[in-house]
Design a protein around this ligand. Structure first.
Ligand code: SF4
Ligand code: SF4
Length: 346
C-alpha cells in the first residue's frame, strides 16, 4: 500500500488556524495580547554552530550554508568554548552548521563535551557520511555515544532531491544504512528531521513518524528512533526563494494566523544558548542567522566566555516576526513539535 505524500497533508492544520493576526504580524504584541512573555529558564542545551560550510546547498537552508562558505570556528575560539563546557557542563551540547563534521574542531568538541559528561548531538545531513575522508565518521560518533539527528525531509526520493539536490535521497539512504550498521536506530539514538517542501506547516508529527517508519523499514530495512517535524523559518535562502515566487507575505500570514499560545512554554530559546563560530551568543540558531544578539537583539558583542548560565535565568529573549514559525500549529523546535498533541486555542 502506498503512503500519503507528506506534502499533501502538510497544510491541513493551517486551514483550521485561528485567523487572528493578519498581515505584518508583531510577535511581541501577539504574546502580550495573550498575557504571555518569553523569558529564559535554566540552560539545558548549548547549541554550537561551528561554521557555514556544507557539502550541500539546500533550497530551504536557514543558514545559507554551501560548499563555498568559509566561515568556521578557529583554534582560539575552540579553546575558549572547550573551557566553558568543562566549567559549566551543560546537559546537552548540540553541534550544528553547515555540516558540522567538516570543521576541524568537530571531533575535539565531541571529545571535550563527552569528557565533561554532556550528552552530545550531531546534526548530520547524511550525505556527509559518504564524502571522501569521512568513512570513519559513523564509527567515531558511535564510539563517543553521540546522538545523531539527521535530515531526511521525506521518504520519497523525488521530494528529497527537489529540496536538497539530485542524488541526495540515495546517498541519504546509504548514510542511514551505515548508521544502522554502527548501532544507530537500535542501541544508539538516531532521530530524523522532516521539514515541508514549501510554504506550509508540517503535518502531525506522530502520524508522519509512523509513515516514515513504515516506508523506511519496508523499502530499505532502515530503523530510527523519533521523527522531528520542523517548520521552515522565513529567513535566509528559504525567505529569498519565497520572495522570488511572491509567496513570502502569504507564508508570514499563514504562520501568524496559526499562532498557538500553548507552544510558548516549550520554545527552545527558553533553555538553549546558541553559539556562533566566533563564540558569540544568541537566543537561537535562527536569531544567529539574523544577527539578533542575545536578549535585547542588539548587534552581538557578547561571547560565550562572558556568560554565567545562572545569570541568564529570567532574562528576556530577542524576537521578531520569524518567531511565528516556532509557535504555529503544534510548535516547532530543533527537537520537533513543542506541544505533544495539536490544539489550536482561539
Ligand atoms: S539544510 Fe543542512 S544540509 Fe542543507 S545546506 Fe543547509 S546545513 Fe547543509
Ligand atoms: S525563532 Fe528563536 S527566539 Fe524566536 S521563538 Fe523561535 S527559538 Fe525563540
Amino acid at each position: 500500500m502506498s503512503l500519503p505524500d507528506p506534502e499533501s497533508t502538510a497544510d491541513v492544520r493551517a486551514a483550521t488556524a485561528t485567523g487572528v493576526v493578519g498581515k505584518n504580524p508583531d510577535f511581541g504584541a501577539t504574546l502580550a495580547s495573550r498575557g504571555l512573555s518569553l523569558r529564559r529558564i535554566a540552560i539545558h542545551t548549548l547549541q554550537i554552530n561551528v561554521g557555514r560550510r556544507c557539502n550541500q546547498a539546500c533550497r530551504h537552508c536557514h543558514v545559507d550554508a554551501a560548499p563555498w562558505r568559509t566561515e568556521a570556528m578557529d583554534a582560539v575560539t575552540f579553546a575558549r568554548v572547550e573551557r566553558w563546557i568543562a566549567t559549566h557542563r551543560p546537559a546537552v551540547v548540540d553541534l550544528t552548521g553547515g555540516a558540522p563534521e567538516l570543521n576541524e574542531f568537530f571531533r575535539p568538541l565531541v571529545r571535550a563535551a563527552r569528557a565533561a559528561g554532556c550528552r552530545v548531538s550531531d546534526r548530520n545531513n547524511l550525505t556527509i557520511l559518504s564524502e571522501p575522508g569521512f568513512g570513519d565518521l559513523a564509527g567515531f560518533l558511535a564510539a563517543h555515544d553521540v546522538e545523531v539527528i539527521a535530515s531526511l525531509p521525506c521518504y520519497s526520493a523525488a521530494n528529497v532531491d527537489r529540496q536538497r539536490g539530485n542524488g541526495v535521497f540515495e546517498r541519504s539512504i546509504a548514510g542511514l544504512r551505515v548508521l544502522n550498521a554502527a548501532g544507530y536506530g537500535s542501541r544508539l539514538p538516531l532521530h530524523l528531521v522532516y521539514n515541508p517542501q514549501g510554504p506550509r506547516l508540517p503535518g502531525p508529527q506522530e502520524e508522519l513518524e509512523a509513515d516514515y517508519r513504515e516506508a523506511l523499514r519496508r523499502d530499505f530495512g532502515i530503523e530510527f528512533g523519533s521523527l522531528y517535524t520542523i517548520t521552515n523559518q522565513p529567513i535566509a535562502r528559504f525567505a529569498e526563494d519565497l520572495r522570488a515566487r511572491g509567496q513570502l507575505d502569504d507564508y508570514m500570514e499563514l504562520l501568524a494566523n496559526a499562532f498557538n499560545p500553548t507552544t510558548v512554554e516549550g520554545l527552545m530559546c527558553r533553555t538553549t544558548l546558541s553559539v556562533g563560530y566566533r563564540g558569540e551568543v544568541y537566543d537561537c540558531d535562527f536569531n544567529q542567522m539574523l544577527g539578533l544578539g542575545l536578549g535585547d537583539g542588539a548587534a552581538t558583542d557578547r561571547f560565550l566566555w562572558d556568560v554565567v548560565p545562572g545569570q541568564l535565568e529570567g532574562t528576556g529573549i530577542a524576537t521578531g516576526p520569524h518567531c511565528f514559525a516556532c509557535t504555529a500549529g503544534a510548535g516547532s523546535s530543533c527537537t520537533g513539535e513543542t506541544v505533544s498533541s495539536f490544539k489550536i486555542q482561539v
